[in-house]
Write a protein that binds this ligand. Sequence first.
Ligand code: 6PG
Length: 482
Amino acid sequence: AQANVGVVGLAAMGASLARNLARHGNKVAVFNRSYARTEHLIDNYGDEGTFYPAKTVQEFVASLERPRTAIIMVKAGEPTDDVINELADLMEPGDIIVDGGNAFYQDTIRREKEMSARGIHFVGMGVSGGEEGALLGPSLMPGGSDESWERLKPILESIAAKAEGEPCVTHIGPNGAGHFVKMVHNGIEYSDMQLIAESYDLMRRGLGMSPDQIGDVFQEWNGTELNSYLIEITAEVLHKKDEKTGQPLVDVILDHAGMKGTGTWTVQTALMLGVPVTGIAEAVFARGLSSEIELRDEAAKQHFAGPQALIELGDDERKAFIDDIRHALYASKIIAYAQGFNEITAAGKVYDWHIDLAAVARIWRAGCIIRAEFLDRISESFETGQADVLLLFAPYFKKAIEECEASWRRIVATCAAHGIPDPVFASSLAYFDGLRSTRLPASLIQGQRDLFGAHTYQRVDEPGSFHILWAEPGQEEIQTSK
Ligand code: 6PG
C-alpha cells in the first residue's frame, strides 16, 4: 500500500483529476472498469507524477495507504451506487469514499447514511470546471463529516483553483450539502448561458449583426462588470468558423440545447422548497423548447405572422441599445444568483446544513464554469451581512439594479414588441416587480379559492381565517381564530 489517494473512473473528468493529483505530489492509485483507459493514462501521462495502476478493484484498494481515500468519478445514478458498494465491501471503518460526480443531493444523503452505518466516511463533492478545470484547478464543493474534511483538506487544497491565492474549496456542510451547492451552481450556469443567448439573439435577429460583430461585443463586455468565463468563451464561440463550410460555426450547429439533469433538479428542488428560481426555471424550459425542433418547424409552417424582428435604429441608437442589453443582462444575472442563493439558504434550513454563503461565493471565484468578477462583490455582501435578507438589498447590488433598471425595461418591452423570445430577461424583471410590490393580486386568488373550494382567506385588518358563504351574499364567517 503506497498511494495516499485513489481515483476510480478514468473518463475525461476522472483522468484529469488523477493527473492533477499526481502533479501536486500525491501518489495516486488509478482504476477503470476497462483497463485500456488506465493504460492510456499511464502511457501518455505516467511521467507527470506517481501513479499506481490497478487492474482490479481489489488491487486498487490494496494499493491505498490506510485509512484509505478513494475518489470516484463515474456516471451519476446506478453506476455510482455499484462502485460505492464494491469499494465499501473491501474497505474498512475510517476509510473515505468521495463521489466527485454530479450526483443528486438526495442520493448523496442516502449514501452517506448507508456508508456511515458501516463506519465509512462518504463525501459528496461537487467538482466544477469541466475537463480543463479538473486538470488545472477546479472549484471543489465537498460535503461530509468534519473528520473527513480534516483529512481531505490538504489534498483538495493542493489541486483546487486559486482565487487571489486562496484555494477554491471549502467544507460546504454535512452529507448532501456539497452536491446541493453544485446543483445550484449548475442551475445558475443554465441561467447565465440563457441570458447570454438571449443577448446574442437580440443582436442577431433584432439588430441584424453578424456572429463576428456580436463576438466583438462580448469581448468588449468581458472588460466590464460582466467579466466572466462564460462571456469570454461566448466571444470565442462566436468568432469560430466552420472548417467544412467556412460559415460561422454557430450557424451550422443545430439549435437544440442538451442537458444532463442538474438544471432540472435545481428547479424541482426549488419547487419543493417553495423558493422562486424563475431565471433558472425559464432557462431549463428554454432548453426544453429548443429541443422541440419538429414542433417549432410545424409552428413555422402555420405562418403565425408576428411582428418584424428587425429593430430599425440609427448608429447612436444602436450603440445605446447594445448598452441596454448589457444592463439587462447584468440585472437579470444578479436576480438569478440571488435566487440561487435563496435556494441554498432554504435547503440549509430544511437539512440543517449551516452553509456559509460568503464561502460559497468565494470558491466560485475561480475554477468553476460560473466564475465571474462580480462574485467578489457577492462574497463581500454576504461577509458583511449586507445580503443577509436578500442579495439585492446589499448596497452594491441595489445600486447596480437601479442603474440597470430603465435599460432592462426597455429591453423586455422591445423583445415583446419585436417578437424576440426573452424568457429569462422577462421573468427576472417580473420577479423584481413582484418583489417591489407591497400589494399583489394574490388577494384575488384567495377570493377565488374561497369561492370554489372554501379554502378560507386571511384579512388585512384582523387575525384569523375567514370564509364567505358565497351563496348567501355578504355573509362572512370566522373559521378559526388564532
Ligand atoms: C461544471 C459543469 C458540469 C456540467 C456541464 C454540462 O461545473 O463543470 O456544470 O458539471 O456537467 O456543464 O451540463 P449540462 O449537460 O446539463 O448542460
